[in-house]
Write a protein that binds this ligand. Structure first.
Ligand code: ASP
Length: 641
């Protein structure tokens, strides 16, 4: 009989109280018997194979093994076949009398092989293969399933194939080692998260509905037609409302590996459907959520990616904007935006003067180390253009080249005079060959412009082979955001900086009613290497405050949220939570720019799936069922593919 599972009984709630015990949360076992543990760890099934290709080493010499896998390539006129499975490659030595038959096996055919593991002859070892000391002398070989000979591309890592073609035949691309590794690492990471949350810390994994209703505000949603005339479901942008309702329902600690949907097209770091590690807890403060997430990452971070150690640094939104010109600073890059208004004001060059006339205006500066030495004039123009595209002409950006003799290559230098120039050089620690970029304008606009220059010039230097950013994983909490911001589309009124359920900072509750634009929130973001990988907040649990925020501050239609308001009025505990973007987190962990490298079946531009050709047209007679009648259909039938 299986031995009972041993589950750790030390709860995080205790640890949150005494703090220092947190390191002692012990791990629980995944498997109830040694036998289960063994078969799960080898991953072999005995009908088709006794071993995996990639696991054979000198220690297996003399053993007879059965292997199954894909034919990677033929070598030396058929004398060898290289066989592949998810774990790696192994060389098969084909007996002379079988060469004629086997050399015609098409690449990527699925083979089953029996043979003896032997050492390769001296001098024929291959150090670049983990199995390169050995080979399997084949006794029996058969094709389980031949592969067609005209595959759209070869399954070889060095092949450069266009993304659409790769994703159209993703089942072929998935055979490549980097994708195998990404999917396996993701699965292990999720397993470790579940273990920490559910086994060790009393979280309950709950699946929340996918067929939901429209949510006011936020991103554009996907809608799902129904048979009821004029009635639609919406796919959830996140399980936000349900997780709050679970707290009202006394679940206390919830988590879900949740699929979320936002109709925002696809970019390298986002796509219309994505996965969150979604959490919510009752009776917690911001510090409790922060501490839990730090422990979660420390405990689940894969060993092969080094160690993650909390506490992570914190920065307020105001500090992040002031020093880095963005709310998700990349701390791998030490450069900071520095205010120079006080130094420049008395001898202000005319180009800046009009930009300093309004209250709250300033001149900021950024030093791009070695920027003059290594960036071309064309690249400087590109930097200026990007800033213009981001902040328009409300910021005056002036790059100044600091020449090898430390003179400044710009009229601005002459206008400032020697003493101001040297004060600026001292403040920014400027050296010959650096690029100095000034930006003048109102509020955070000059910071934002320089924040962009900071990142883009670092990218440009790195593309030329210079090391600008430090290595490693640089986590950062950004908090004390404003609760509301002016609407992004420029229309009058305010919108939530996070979402409308975020609670105001306890000291600012009164301001919600008098000066909402000044209210700070209990919203926190987790940033990793300059990307936001998580965001959450302590929630409003008072229905009157929530109704006021929705109705009066945000001017939303409360009738769409009556279910939530009613729940808040029915004994709702104080609660808060966070969601981590699993795809983005995995991409950064694996050092890839694209989340598509960590998703088995990703969407490409405009959210299209080249594999299944979704979204697809639906026949008119089928649409009748949904009472949908299409008008002004484009010529491709609306499929867009
Ligand atoms: N539901 C939020 C989001 O998707 C996260 C949270 O506030 O917990 O951004």
């Amino acid at each position: 009989m299986a031995a009972p599972m041993r589950i750790c009984r030390r709860y995080l709630i205790q640890c949150l109280h005494c703090r220092k015990n947190l390191n002692f949360i012990s791990s629980s076992r995944y498997f109830s018997t040694d036998q289960e543990q063994d078969s799960a760890s080898t991953g072999t099934s005995f009908s088709y194979r006794t071993h995996l290709c990639g696991e054979l080493t000198r220690s297996h010499v003399g053993q007879t093994v059965r292997l199954s896998g894909w034919l990677q390539y033929h070598r030396l006129s058929g004398a060898f076949i290289v066989l592949r499975d998810w774990q790696g490659l192994i060389q098969l030595l084909i007996p002379q009398h079988k060469v004629e038959e086997t050399q015609n096996f098409p690449l990527e055919s699925v083979l089953e092989v029996t043979g003896d593991v032997q050492l390769r002859p001296p001098g024929q070892e291959n150090e670049s293969m983990s199995t390169g000391d050995v080979e399997v002398a084949v006794k029996d070989i058969k094709v389980l399933n031949p592969c067609k000979t005209n595959l759209p591309f070869e399954v070889r890592t060095f092949n450069k194939v266009k993304e659409n073609l790769r994703i159209k035949h993703r089942y072929l691309e998935l055979r490549l080692p980097h994708l195998q590794h990404a999917l396996r690492l993701r699965s292990q990471f999720v397993m470790a998260l579940r273990n920490f949350l559910a086994h060790e810390n009393e979280f309950v994994e709950v699946e929340t509905p996918t067929l939901f209703r429209r949510t006011p505000g936020g991103a554009r949603e996907f809608i799902v037609p129904t048979h009821s005339p004029g009635k639609f479901y919406s796919l959830p942008q996140s399980p936000q409302q349900f997780k709050q309702l679970l707290m009202v329902g006394g679940v206390d600690r919830y988590f879900q590996i949740a699929r979320c949907y936002r109709d925002e097209g696809s970019k390298p770091d986002r796509q219309p459907e994505f996965t969150q590690v979604d959490l919510e807890m009752s009776f917690v403060s911001q510090e409790d959520v922060v501490l839990l997430v730090e422990r979660l990452l420390e405990r689940s971070w894969p060993g092969e990616k080094g160690e993650v150690k909390g506490p992570f640094p914190h920065m307020t939104y105001h500090q992040a904007m002031t020093k880095y010109g963005c709310d998700k600073p990349d701390l791998r890059l030490p450069w900071q935006v520095v205010e120079v208004t006080d130094l420049v004001r008395d001898s202000c060059p005319p180009v800046f003067q009009p930009y300093l006339e309004t209250p709250g205006a300033s001149i900021q500066a950024l030093r791009v180390k070695d920027g003059v030495k290594h960036l071309s004039n064309k690249q400087l123009d590109a930097l200026k253009q990007s800033v213009f595209e981001k902040v328009g002409d409300s910021v005056k950006l002036v790059p100044v080249k600091v020449r090898s003799d430390e003179t400044w290559g710009s009229g601005v230098g002459q206008q400032l005079g020697d003493s101001v120039r040297s004060a600026i050089q001292d403040r920014l620690d400027v050296a010959a060959g650096d690029l100095l970029v000034f930006a003048a304008g109102q509020g955070f606009l000059p910071h934002t412009g320089l924040g962009l220059v900071r990142l883009q010039s670092a990218d440009m230097l790195e593309a030329k082979g210079f090391t600008v950013r430090e290595d490693g994983f640089h986590f950062l909490w950004v908090d004390t955001f404003p609760l509301f911001l002016p609407k992004e589309d420029g229309s009058p009124g305010l919108e939530s900086a996070h979402h409308p359920f975020t609670a105001p900072h306890p000291e600012d509750v009164g301001l919600v009613y008098t000066a909402p634009e000044q209210v700070r929130s209990q919203h926190y973001d987790l940033v990793l290497n300059g990307s936001e990988i998580g965001g959450g907040s302590i929630r409003v649990h008072d229905s009157h405050l929530q109704r006021y925020i929705l109705q009066t501050v945000l001017q939303e239609n409360c009738s769409e949220l009556e279910h939530l308001l009613e729940a808040l009025d029915s004994g709702c505990p104080p609660h808060g939570g966070i969601a981590l973007g699993l795809d983005r987190l995995m991409a950064i962990m694996l050092g890839t720019d694209s989340i598509r490298d960590v998703i088995a079946f990703p969407k490409v531009s405009e959210g299209h799936d080249p594999l299944s050709r979704a979204p697809a047209a639906v026949a008119e007679k089928d649409l009748d069922y949904y009472n949908i009648h299409l008008v002004n259909l484009p010529e491709d039938g609306g499929s867009g593919v």
